[in-house]
Write a protein that binds this ligand. Sequence first.
Ligand code: ZN
Length: 75
Amino acid sequence: MSEVKTGKKIEKSEANTMDRSKMGVALASNDAEVEAQAHPALVQCPHCASVVRIVQYDSVYAWYTCGCCGGAFYS
Ligand SMILES: [Zn+2]
């Protein structure tokens, strides 16, 4: 099993001010299409506690939104 770390919560008011070009989307961890992508990591959403899969493209993404609840967090 991959190690699951907990994301660092970003409040909605703060997320609204952040750079969306640096925003990645964290998908539900059972999403098969993500399997083929590079460097996936499992993160627990600090908003809804779902375990979601993020793809780490060499610091392209600075923050993520949860595919389950839409909450924002840092990985
Ligand atoms: Zn969530």
